[in-house]
Ligand binder design. Structure first.
Ligand code: APR
Length: 401
């Protein structure tokens, strides 16, 4: 069943699967494959230090945490992460608190920085004897339409390597090499730009809130996200063609104070050193199908979603779980059904999250005076008037089980 791989430099490592990219998707998949006794090698372009310090997402769905816990990959997450079951909307200077986990059988999110999860997954994989190659340059995929694909790269030793395998998991993000390796016409791509942009800000300051805040202000949206007890993430709605040059630190803090303001309340926003800022690409993108021949696409390599609703990292973990289960079925009993259904299974959740993210993006940006701003505002207000709407929100926000 298995064609052993060999490299130009004849180092032999059994690998049924080559995983390209060591982000949440690739590392989760690699760990689950090891736990199923399936040989894999992970190829990552960046250094270990770089991927373990790259701050990105930070809100994990209940389902994702349960999945990681069930594979023994959540110990530090459960120790250091914080359950999160309430969010706040600030509309017209008033505060609306939504205890969403109470509306979904007590299921909560977990606040845990993505880079900490990446650290945990790399450690677990390496400790289990996993083969991960950092600083793997010029990764290229070959023969993905056939039954014996291979991947080549230039190692940190400067040498050219090739690995022959049975399957390739493209977990290398939106700008990786996997998806572009698919011949033209092999997949369809769907894209949507909601006509807004966010300035993303990371600051060395303890959060000024215990829960996520979504503030609607005539000057635009502002968000206070949580990451850790010492670092906070903020978002500010800005023009689509804006750049960080237009956002000196003092302007950022002035806008955040103004947009979060609640007249008459003693709530106060704490300031700190801004350690990172950048204009976030608020695009939705989906590739169909999420597989081509022996190549399976996972996470951002297959779909990109706006940060609204915090679904990106969670979808990456879901894809990894679905593919690992499918490959386990294939290697254990030759059952190909999971592989055949992989794309459809993942796309059901991907589109549901895209729809929710679009709903939320519209709802929290209805800050103007147009017809659609009124309807957007009404969507949010419904959360506080209609238990059915609030329950729908809770289920989609925390994540479908
Ligand atoms: N060769 C090898 N590795 C590559 C290549 C390449 N050509 N191109 C990219 N990579 C690596 C990147 O360095 C990165 O570590 O692939 C990894 C992709 O990881 P992510 O971008 O984190 O993608 P994914 O695992 O799909 O997780 C996506 O996490 O970052 C959040 O919210 C974000 O939704 C997103 C989710």
């Amino acid at each position: 069943m298995l064609t052993r791989y060999h490299s130009v430099h004849a180092d032999t490592v059994p690998a049924e699967v080559v995983v390209v990219g060591a982000g949440p998707a690739g590392l989760t998949l690699a760990n689950l494959l090891r736990r199923n006794g399936i040989g894999c090698v992970v190829l990552e372009r960046q250094s270990r230090r770089y991927v373990e310090n790259r701050a990105r997402a930070g809100l994990l769905e209940y389902r994702a945490v349960e999945m990681l816990r069930s594979h023994g990959l959540a110990d530090r997450l459960l120790e250091l992460g914080a359950p999160h079951g309430v969010c706040e909307f600030r509309i017209g200077g008033k505060r609306f608190i939504l205890p969403y986990s109470d509306l979904y059988e007590g299921r909560t999110h977990y606040v845990y920085p993505q880079q900490e999860l990446v650290k945990d997954l790399i450690e677990a994989f390496v400790d289990s004897g996993g083969d991960i190659r950092f600083e793997a340059k010029d990764v290229a995929l070959h023969g993905i339409s056939g039954s014996a694909p291979s991947v080549t790269w230039v190692g940190s030793d400067g040498e050219q390597h090739r690995v022959r395998c049975e399957f390739i998991a493209g977990c290398d993000g939106f700008r990786g090499v996997s998806r572009p390796s698919i011949p033209a016409g092999g997949v369809r791509e769907f894209s949507h730009q909601p006509g807004i942009a966010w300035l993303g800000v990371l600051a060395e300051v303890p959060p000024s809130t215990e829960h996520v805040i979504y503030a609607l202000h005539p000057k635009g949206f502002a968000g206070h996200m949580l990451r850790s007890p010492t670092v906070s993430r903020f978002f500010l709605q800005c023009p689509v063609d804006d750049s960080t040059a237009a956002w000196p630190d003092d302007r950022i803090w002035a806008e955040l104070h103004e947009r979060f303001a609640v007249p008459g309340s003693d709530w106060k926003l704490s300031e700190g050193r801004i350690i990172e800022k950048g204009v976030v690409d608020m695009r939705g993108h989906v590739t169909e199908p999420m597989a081509y021949g022996r190549l399976f696409l996972l996470g951002d390599a297959a779909h990109v979603i706006t940060p609204v609703g915090a679904k990106g990292m969670n979808l990456a973990l879901h894809d990894a779980e679905v593919l690992a289960t499918a490959l386990a079925g294939y290697y254990r009993g030759g059952d190909e059904s999971g592989l055949t259904e992989y794309s459809e299974t993942c796309l059901r959740r991907v589109w549901r999250c895209q729809e929710f993210s679009q709903w939320m993006t519209t709802a929290i940006h209805g800050t103007g005076d147009r017809f659609e701003d009124r309807t957007a505002r009404t969507r949010l207000e419904n959360l506080f008037r209609s238990p059915a709407s609030a329950a729908w929100f809770a289920e989609n926000y925390v994540g479908l089980m």
